[in-house]
Design a protein around this ligand. Sequence first.
Ligand code: AVJ
Ligand code: FE
Length: 447
Amino acid sequence: MNHDQEIAKERIAAELDRSRGRSNALTLRALDDEGLLAQHSPLMSPLVWDLAHVGNYEEQWLLRAAGGREALRPDIDGLYDAFENPRADRVTLPLLRPAEAEEYNARVRKEVLDTLETADIAPREPGAPGAGRSLLDAGFVYHMVIQHEHMHDETMLATHQLRRGAPVLLEDPDDVAPLRVPRQDEVLVPEGPFTMGTDDDPWAYDNERPARVVDLAAFWIDTRPVTNAAYQEFVEDGGYQSRRWWTRDGWEWCKGRDAVAPAFWQRDGHAWIRRRFGRQEIVPPDEPVQHVSFHEARAYATWAGKRLPTEAEWEKAARFDPATGRSHRYPWGDEEPEPRHANLGQRRLGPSPAGRHPDGASPLGVQQLIGDVWEWTSTTFTGYPGFAAFPYREYSEVFFDSGYKVLRGGSWATHPTAVRSTFRNWDHPVRRQIFSGFRCARDAEPV
Ligand code: AVJ
Ligand code: FE
């Protein structure tokens, strides 16, 4: 086996191990059986479902589809099929108990490491015989499974945030650089073309492909996400009582659930406090606001005299280098994220204050695009021109054109291998149990 493949396999094995460590820390090491089997919110699965679901997904893709192995537990596929079982119903299923899930996951993993040894994960020559992409091409299917588990780890954290009861998650001390507040509030992104999406990123999902040139008018974009302090002004200005800032759907959502502030906020005299993983605290003014729905983000932007960026605008701000005309993998270039660039990977249990990551700025000076909070865009999730579902329609195609809004950039809870400037997330515009925030944009005056 050649050296490149060996290095790629070592990385895959290490990443598989890392994601499992996190899944176990959020489940088996955090709560007892009762806490793992319970339904903490109808929006979420019992944690033990996520735990066995990641193992079952791994079995289906790495052992059966890519490895050609016999099924270990075909009898449980239905239980862990997300389409067969809506989240609210999963608590009623005959799920594997926590210890059984742990054992099953370990069994799958053992065989996976076995098949990895002999798998051919070389990148295929362009124009090689055989139509379409292959699962093993440049390690794609392993990357897909690693990212899948990371996504569920983030989902599990959302469940933890909704859970009532004594805190169980410990916060690591913050290790990022001291705060330097950016001087500018907005930067101008010049008009012109940039490359959006990718053809050759071996970690990219089907919905990030293919690459194409997109020509945009000039626009202004906020240098950092909207903070709690800024958002609180909207709240105190009667933003939730004023029909004019909201779309029709947004207003219906706002009144239908009596929203008065972001999720988990509570008024305390003149101040706001919030519940975070079982602890009460004053809402920190300089952190990006999180747990807002698309409707709230949009209403705030309208109140502020701005708008949400489109998905293409967000990606241009996050990738485009005007000096070279190139699109990079991350705002800071092509090197893998380090803690100095971005707050990712559940190192803390919340976003960093705005301005905390100047080393992660894009060439245009836009900060915190990657990490901290998922950012709502104004774009409805759909396929790029030339989209081809791979390796299965249910990852993204079935969600196209159904009113899901695109979120970009990952949050503090997203693992570094599960996000890049081309990565696309999506959710219903009413959802806010996710680690969602936003930044604003506005049109530039034509010159
Ligand atoms: C891409 C985050 C919208 O968690 O619902 C998990 C990812 N797909 N299992 C989700 C996913 C299959 C998905 N999101
Ligand atoms: Fe899944």
